[in-house]
Ligand binder design. Structure first.
Ligand SMILES: Nc1ncnc2c1ncn2[C@@H]1O[C@H](COP(=O)(O)OP(=O)(O)O)[C@@H](O)[C@H]1O
Ligand SMILES: [Mg+2]
Length: 429
């Protein structure tokens, strides 16, 4: 009897222990596992917890927490993707620097600007930028919490030229309010500076070009007024010089007006189909007469099936006149000048003027299309040049959607090619 009671007793105790384990121990163990999963961002098989109502409710709440956490993580990923897309699309360089002066983020433009290949995240400013002016500007912001600006020169490794970069370092207060990080912007102002330089040079060139003939006029006029008894041949010489300078002044004003019209927001070109063959032969004949005095031969070589192009005839005539004018001016007597027109690839026609004249030194060649650039100033002036002809040529070619090229050998001759699209693709700028 006694052993029977003992067995029943232990069975009851055992059953009670199992029930207790199911109701109170297992649910909490399951919950503990669920919490671990949620912390690690792992999706558990189920959030259903058996055996205990309050544990069940906590399980349901945990599922809610887990889903929300997942949603937030997704949104954070999207935000990060968006920020990365914006940063890498930016043309300006951007860096984020923490309060300890360590680089936390760099966009692609900045890597390219400083030719940074390895990942600099966590590196200090000097290691990253190797430029004390950058370090000083950013350090000032980190120390004072004030914006700082600076300008630096950088070597452009792709072109081997210099780049001018404006830096703006902006304070970024730390979340705990203790100190500042910085967002640093790098803006390439090379082109802007070059434009400003070109503008300044242009104004000073124009003033100089106008002043020279005017002061010559004044000097000679004074002589003519003060010395009425001047010998006739001296008077003749003075008048000839004045005539030459007045003609140069006239050409200068014409060229300046021409350039101003071409650079206007709406240069008003009249595009129409142009029969190149007829048109060029006509110009060649005209010029043959003009160049006759210098005993130069003007030859037209027009490819027999050269296509018509869409062009502003008057403007293109200005182009060919400028090129022929140079060819004639910079050639000695007895030489030949050749005007060619031929297809250039599938889409273009090339019109070129080749001479056997003095040629252009390799060092000057890349600059001859700049306004007022002359390989030989004295010579250009002597032959009545303004230094604007080729700038006008280039401008007109570009307004036709085309381009210009120059080839030359000193002492051998020069060829200038104007490449124009057949379909008359018109530049809008
Ligand atoms: N056919 C050529 N032969 C030699 N030099 C040339 C020729 N065309 C242009 N150049 C050089 O390029 C410079 C610029 O040409 P351009 O703009 O027409 O000005 P310019 O009024 O002096 O002729 C000239 O001053 C000259 O030095
Ligand atoms: Mg010229």
């Amino acid at each position: 009897m006694g052993w029977f009671v003992a067995i029943v007793g232990s069975v009851i105790v055992g059953l009670a222990a199992v029930r207790f384990w199911r109701a109170w121990v297992r649910p909490w163990k399951d919950l503990e596992q669920l919490v671990q999963d949620v912390i690690n961002g792992r999706a558990p098989r189920t959030f259903l917890v058996n055996g205990n109502r309050s544990a069940q409710r906590i399980g349901v709440a945990l599922e809610d927490v887990f889903l929300r956490q997942q949603e937030l993580a997704k949104r954070a990923d999207e935000d990060e993707l968006n920020i990365r897309a914006i940063l890498s699309a930016m043309r300006d360089g951007l860096a984020v620097v923490d309060a300890d002066g360590r680089v936390r983020l760099l966009n692609r433009a900045l890597r390219e600007l400083f030719a940074i290949s390895e990942d600099p995240v966590g590196a200090n400013l000097l290691q990253t930028f190797r430029d004390t002016l950058v370090v000083e500007a950013v350090t000032r912001t980190l120390r004072t919490g004030e914006p700082a600006t600076e300008s630096i020169n950088l070597r452009d490794h792709s072109t081997n030229g210099d780049r001018r970069v404006a830096i703006t370092s902006l304070p970024m207060p730390k979340e705990d309010g203790a100190g500042y990080g910085a967002v640093v912007l790098f803006h390439d102002v090379t082109q802007l500076q070059q434009l400003e330089q070109v503008r300044r040079e242009f104004v000073s060139n124009v003033s100089h070009e106008l002043r020279t003939p005017l002061s010559i006029f004044r000097g000679y006029l004074e002589t003519l007024i003060d010395e009425p008894e001047l010998a006739p041949d001296e008077r003749e010489r003075i008048l000839r010089v004045m005539e030459k300078h007045s003609m140069r002044l006239h050409s200068l004003v014409d060229d300046l007006l021409s350039l101003a019209r071409l650079e206007a927001p709406d240069p008003q070109l009249n595009f129409a189909p142009l029969v190149i063959d007829e048109w060029l032969r006509h110009i060649a004949t005209e010029w043959e007469k003009k160049a006759g005095g210098k005993q130069l031969r003007i030859v037209a070589e027009i490819e027999h099936d050269v296509p018509n192009i869409l062009a502003d005839e008057a403007r293109l005539e200005e182009v060919v006149h400028n090129l022929l004018d140079n060819a004639v001016k910079y050639s000695k007597a007895g030489r030949q000048v050749t005007i060619r027109a031929a297809r250039d690839g599938a889409e273009n026609v090339a019109i070129s003027v080749a001479d056997e004249g003095i040629g252009i030194a390799a060092a000057d060649l890349p600059r001859i299309f700049e306004r007022f650039y002359r390989a030989d100033k004295a010579r250009s002036r002597e032959v009545g040049g303004t230094g604007l002809g080729l700038a006008i040529v280039k401008h007109i070619a570009q307004l036709h959607g085309g381009s210009v090229e120059a080839q030359s050998q000193l002492g051998r001759g020069t060829t200038i090619r104007v490449i124009l699209p057949i379909a008359g693709h018109i530049a809008t700028s």
